[in-house]
Design a protein around this ligand. Structure first.
Ligand code: 6GU
Length: 233
């Protein structure tokens, strides 16, 4: 899988994509992630990527020319399955959407910035707009890092224990059960008896009950969807 990220702030993406599961998956060749500076596709001496918005509102808007030039140059190396624009207007990033994106071969993420991007980019280049939650970020870079992380961990081999991505919260529409490690007694606080029993079917049953209880209590709307069988991961 290949994910290209087109951005005016490549520095913001250096840290999160170089470590842990994403860093290792990149080194192992499971995913290719390229951070591409939008300014590489400008031709003036100031490397201008934005301009004043038409109309009365203050603020700068990303110009269409460098974005079209960049995307078209990149597309010449191979077509994208999706050209994603990060925006609070977009479809919410959920586990089902993440699962679907992880099955694609080639993605481009265009990071939104300032007051936004010239609308012709969204109409004629972008195939999908994605938001990571109902709040406003200063730019799409952190959202792009979130997307790449959520997608990469689903790629077979990215996580040491092959099955552990399947037991994530949300993967079955439920929150994850509590986890414990040693010591069995820490400051007088114990570990649930069942977990130290070694009886795996009983442990699995307990974990499922815990997942149900936690989801019902902490995320009632998620629980209702689960009960109705609506979790379409
Ligand atoms: Cl993807 N971009 C921006 N700028 N703000 C957001 C977002 C994305 N998702 C939530 N807020």
């Amino acid at each position: 899988m290949r994910i290209d990220i087109l951005t005016v702030l490549p520095e913001l993406l250096a840290g999160p994509l170089d470590h842990s599961i994403v860093g290792r998956a990149r080194k192992a060749g499971l995913v290719e992630v390229n951070v591409i500076p939008l300014r590489n596709y400008t031709h003036d001496r100031w490397r201008t990527v934005d301009d004043y918005a038409y109309g009365p509102d203050a603020g700068m808007v990303l110009k269409p020319e460098p974005i079209f030039e960049a995307v078209e140059a990149l597309q010449a190396e191979g077509a994208y399955d999706e050209v994603i624009y990060t925006s609070p207007d977009g479809e919410l990033l959920t586990q089902p959407l993440t699962n679907a994106l992880s099955l694609k071969g080639r993605l481009l993420i265009l990071c939104g910035h300032y007051k936004g991007v010239d609308h012709r980019v969204r109409e004629h280049l972008v195939t999908r707009e994605v938001s990571i939650g109902d709040y406003v970020l200063s730019g799409g870079e952190l959202a792009a890092a979130v997307m790449v992380d959520a997608i990469t961990r689903l790629i077979p081999g990215a996580i040491g224990d092959e099955t552990s991505a399947l037991t994530d919260s949300f993967q079955d529409g439920l929150l994850a059960p509590p986890a414990y490690t040693r010591p069995a007694n820490f400051r007088g606080w114990g570990v649930p008896e069942v977990l130290v029993s070694g009886n795996f079917p009983v442990i699995a049953q307990w974990q499922h009950e815990q997942a149900l209880e936690r989801t019902k209590r902490l995320r009632p709307e998620l629980y209702k969807r689960y009960e109705r069988g609506e979790c379409d991961t």
